[in-house]
Design a protein around this ligand. Structure first.
Ligand code: SF4
Ligand code: FES
Length: 241
């Protein structure tokens, strides 16, 4: 719905609190700017919303919608932190955890991982479902970048970053349903056969531990990392890297 008639003072309520918004903002953008946390994984402020993870699902005047795609409008009553929605979010997170291999204690992204931080915030204490334990080979063919495909949550941020910012189209999503997976667009399917560099936006956008710079894994010690220091819900710490 267009918000072109919204004034700078227009607002909606989020869990009963007034949230002002600017014309064109989504509920998530306005909430975030006002310092409210709405859980999210596939949204990133630099990119058009993708609306795929559904972790940001809220109720807007009683109807479920993705906060990252629904436009803010004056007078909307938005519910986010309810028992029902938080339980659904926790289930989504548990499904993501069992779909991949997310062994946080041994992952070099631990403490900087949006999935891990979001799960902590959601109070997730275990996977609940049976793990799939996928077994996709790690791609270490690139001199500076490692790919661990088994941690991919299919947010497509790397796809968007490589296409829209880097202009290289190095990543794509292939397959359907349970076989959906990330692929590298090169003749061999290996990252070493691409012209990707560490300076590419796609090299630093991954919210989990798939796209990793080599030889830097533990430069910042565990315990001193972004989400070790502040929770993902704290203002200023809510965006993906
Ligand atoms: Fe998202 Fe990372 Fe998977 Fe790319 S590799 S789709 S950024 S989780
Ligand atoms: Fe809105 Fe993923 S953050 S659907």
């Amino acid at each position: 719905m267009s918000t072109s008639t919204a004034t700078p003072d227009a607002s909606f309520t989020l869990d009963g609190e007034d949230v002002p918004f600017r014309p064109g903002e989504t509920i998530l953008q306005a909430a975030q700017r006002a310092g409210h946390y709405v859980p999210h994984l596939c949204w990133h402020p630099e990119f058009h919303p993708h609306g795929s993870c559904r972790v940001c699902t809220v109720k807007v005047n009683g109807r479920a919608g993705a906060a990252c795609t629904v436009q803010a409008a004056a007078g909307l009553a938005v519910e986010s932190s309810t028992d029902e929605l938080n339980a659904h979010r926790k289930t989504l997170l548990q499904m993501l955890f069992v779909e991949g291999n997310h062994f946080c204690p041994s992952c070099e992204k631990s403490g900087n991982c949006l999935l891990q931080a979001t799960a902590y915030e959601a109070g997730m204490e275990g996977p609940h479902f049976e793990e799939f334990y996928p077994d996709r080979p790690v791609d270490a063919s690139h001199p500076d970048i490692l790919l661990d495909f088994d941690r991919c949550i299919l947010c497509e941020l790397c796809v968007r970053a490589s296409a829209d910012v880097d202009g290289r189209n190095i990543f794509a999503i292939a397959g359907h349903g349970i076989d959906t997976h990330l692929v590298v667009n090169s003749p061999s399917g290996k990252l070493g056969d691409t012209d990707m560099t560490l300076a590419d936006r796609a090299a630093s956008i991954c919210p989990v531990g798939v796209i990793l710079p080599k030889r830097r894994g533990f430069a910042v010690p565990i315990g001193e990392r972004r989400y070790d220091v502040k929770t993902v819900a704290e203002p200023g710490n809510q965006e993906a890297s």
